[in-house]
Design a binder for this molecule. Sequence first.
Ligand code: PEP
Length: 245
Amino acid sequence: MRKPIMAGNWKMFKTEAEAVDFAKKIKPLVADVHDRIIIICPPYPVLSKMCDELCNSNIALGAENLFWEDEGAFTGEVSGPMLKAVGCTYVIIGHSERRQYFGETDETVNKRIKAALKHNLYPIVCVGEKLEERENGSTFNVVETQIKGAFKDISVEQWDNIVIAYEPVWAIGTGKTATPEQAQEVHAFIRKLLPEEVAEGTRILYGGSVKPANVKELMAQPDIDGGLVGGASLKVDSFVELVKY
Ligand code: PEP
């Protein structure tokens, strides 16, 4: 049985005061939820304060990225040990916005995954095709290349804590959700690409305009094990509704 995950990706939203206010409000509203994993991934500057609020609760903390070296002259980067020290358990890797605006490649995604695993951070690894790739029929090729590149040289023993997020780029922040059937088709395809020993146990989240109105039908699909949610994770009400879908 794969325990579902509902993860919020806050992107570049919320100051410290706004983040803490969110944490204080949501904590009691989901305190009774134990049959699914709740994760919030806020921007780096608020992680420490968010840990003060959440680290003793049933809401796990994640970061939005990490660098592959532990320390050094890498201005602007943060490392695995730094994220562990502020209470992170999870880290998003290879989000399409990182790929689109910051030159992230399958090769750098692979290095970041290895760094996360080295420091006992659970990676949430994002893959997904762009609109033109869906339209020209290359969705499966694109996703296969991303998965193979991301997980190059990752051994079966390391798979336990890896989470994958299928996020069609054309559905992120656009209000346009993949139909449950479109999403299920790619999720099932991804699962087939995984090493046989770990395929059934690996959680594959869907991301792309997940909202209270569409979460149930998405979660009803056999290979969709949760959501990676941007916009709808920024408001307490809608995130609670998603967590309690
Ligand atoms: C995301 O940020 O990963 C995402 C899926 O965003 P949204 O839910 O806003 O489409």
